[in-house]
Design a protein around this ligand. Structure first.
Ligand code: GRF
Length: 217
């Protein structure tokens, strides 16, 4: 993207990922325009974070619509007022319909608190723990018509410890979300991300760390 990337953030709740974007844009570590924060819930704390940062907000309650498509039409029309280059789902607890995908093709990304394709869906920190996985993490991916199935942009791995609870694991994963989501957005804003079939190719000279083991060898 040659101009400053105009970003719409969609939330339903606390908005700690949103706060990570606000903080990084504020200190110049992330170069984009936070154009609007949208929520489907009027009491989402993320709306307060947005207002405190001087970012425009919008809210449409899904409960006022008969079906998913009519809600998505209304949201797409509302967001279009800001002409966003990128839609960032950050704890937006709604499944995206074709209506939305057609309105913003390959311009919607999501973060998921597990290492996809393992553990899609809800309550995934608990599921990873109960399964006995030794690593979990988080994934930023493009949104497609499936649930948590789109091409993967960036992942962070966290170990699962013997004394972990759902809460402790969720907190460790969330810390990494706050690192990788701004990075993913930066890569997109700098036009360094290409989708090739299911794979995402990143234009970067940085090489990832070598293998992790848990327990360490
Ligand atoms: C995060 O765990 C994210 O992975 C999931 O919803 C949560 C949002 O957290 N999609 P927050 O609202 O950004 O604090």
């Amino acid at each position: 993207m040659t101009t400053r990337c105009k970003t719409a953030i969609l939330i339903s709740g606390s908005g700690t990922n949103l706060q990570a974007f606000i903080d990084r844009v504020g200190c110049g570590a992330l170069n984009l325009e936070l154009s609007v924060v949208f929520s489907n819930k009027p009491d989402a704390f993320g709306l307060v974070r947005a207002r405190n940062a001087g970012i425009p907000t919008a809210c449409i309650e899904h409960s006022e619509f008969a079906d998913r498509d009519s809600f998505d039409h209304a949201v797409a029309a509302k967001l279009d007022e800001w002409q966003p280059d990128l839609l960032v789902l950050a704890g937006f607890m709604r499944i995206i319909s074709e209506v939305f995908l057609e309105a913003f093709p390959q311009r919607i990304i999501n973060i998921h608190p597990a290492l996809l394709p393992a553990f899609p869906g809800l309550h995934v920190q608990k599921k990873a723990l109960e399964y006995g996985a030794r690593f979990s993490g988080c994934t930023v991916h493009f949104v497609d018509a499936g649930v948590d199935t789109g091409p993967i942009i960036i992942q962070a791995v966290v170990p699962i410890l013997d004394d972990d609870t759902e809460e402790s694991l969720s907190a460790r994963i969330l810390q990494q979300e706050h690192q990788i989501y701004p990075k993913a957005i930066q890569l997109l804003a700098e036009d360094r991300v290409k989708i090739q079939d299911r794979r995402v190719l990143i234009d970067s000279k940085e090489t990832p760390e070598t293998a992790l083991t848990n327990p360490p060898i």
